[in-house]
Design a protein around this ligand. Sequence first.
Ligand code: 3UK
Length: 510
Amino acid sequence: MNNMVRTPISGNAADFFLDRHCREGRGDKTAFIGPERHLTYAGLLAGTQAFAAGLKQAGIKRESRIALLMLDDVDFPIAFWGAIRAGVIPIPINTLLPPDLVTYILADCRAELLVVSPSLLPDLDAALASLPDLTRIITADAELAAFMQPDTAPPVATHPDEVAFWLYSSGSTNMPKGVRHVHSSLRATVTTYAETVLKLRSDDVVYSAAKMFFAYGLGNAMTFPMAVGATTILLPHRPTPAAVLALMEAHNPSVFCGVPTLYAALLQHPGLGSGAGSARLRRCISAGEALPEAIGTAWRRTVGVDILDGIGSTEMLHIFLSNSDHALRYGTSGVAVPGYELRLVDGQGADTPDGEPGELLVKGQSAAEGYWNLRDKTRSTFVGAWTHTGDKYIRDADGFYRYCGRTDDMFKVSGIWVSPFEVEGALASHDAVLEAAVVGREDQDGLTKPRAFLVLKQGIMPSAALTDELKAFVKQKIGPWKYPRWIDIVDDLPKTATGKIQRYKLRQWN
Ligand code: 3UK
């Protein structure tokens, strides 16, 4: 038995998501619609085979890393799945990050090759020379076409527990962390969220405003439609309200995946109407931050489709707690997605009763294998089967989970916990307010009280009368001690490249 090794069984995710469709006669179906090119499943298969062969010719061995700094277009799935089928680990990078953070990530992951959208290269060019491991840079244009070598090889055999790809978590207070995901995790997000909440069908046409470098977009725009042989529309550039509405009218997606800020901006757009312009819109989802109740109800009124809000994370790959068709309550994140278990715990790790805030822990098959080169952080986040989310929640008596903010954003006023998110939601439900962020601030007595930063809707002017009205509005809506003692009107809120409010920056304001 000395020579016994655990031979890789064919757990290569590329087989399930791609080769299977071609083998079973669905090769002619359109998989991706980009602005200039369409890709069928057969076309994508040929592209990934050619990319994998290109990697081999370039001497990129399995288990080594390559980075993708790519706008959402048809080349993205070619490079992503091409690497995975070769056993090489693709690392999509957020294209909105400043060059110093991109360089940090490239150095941290020691990518040997970078595929980059041509328009993103000039900003980076100088920094790339300082990376010793990066031996090859390919622009996603004719250079990529020349790199690819026609081939018909099947995916390499990999173990289901083998690392397939990494994503860098946005890290609103620290440097981005490399989150390592295994082949089987992609399937796990399909059998849980995609099959029980999203319920995609092969005739669906999906548009995700969240890009594929983000775990939310990777599932929405790539793995979920590919699991059922459906079609995805790709928009390489910024999803402004006007661009989104134009796309909805041109392609009539049946499923739309957005984030709260975009839903709020679309609701402000005069062109928004039934189906958001699509003749066959049947499902809308939201994640990334909590969806204020007012946005959900206004969207349903104007567009005629509910928004299912759910929480996911880079660490869990996709959504594990969500609203659904049969359990929908605006202002909450819903209930556990089938296949995931949840707990709320206090500072000592004991379960908290219903109605009291606790940190959310989640258990499920899509949890990451760990962070790259951060052992302490890995051990404190992935504790046995449970992943610590760093989010505070309250579970209602009927089992719905209400978001209270990051564990470090909560503060106490007069001895009572205040969730910045609850105050923000109250403020955002006022007609004058577009967006709100709330932090704790000490008053002249050293006591912490809520302070609000507001972006007003277009055409609304700040005034002392409005400030007083907003304070009274919050008092009456959620309780007298929770109203913001200070209100600052700002043009924008500080946000991460993935759209999360950076409250730690607001706490530093004077
Ligand atoms: C926050 C939410 C309240 C929460 C993500 C869907 O956002 C995703 O991943 P990230 O790693 O951030 C995770 C953190 O974002 N959050 C996300 N969704 C919600 N808070 N309500 C929500 N609906 O703090 C969480 O810990 O960038 C979302 C799918 C995959 C993802 N990676």
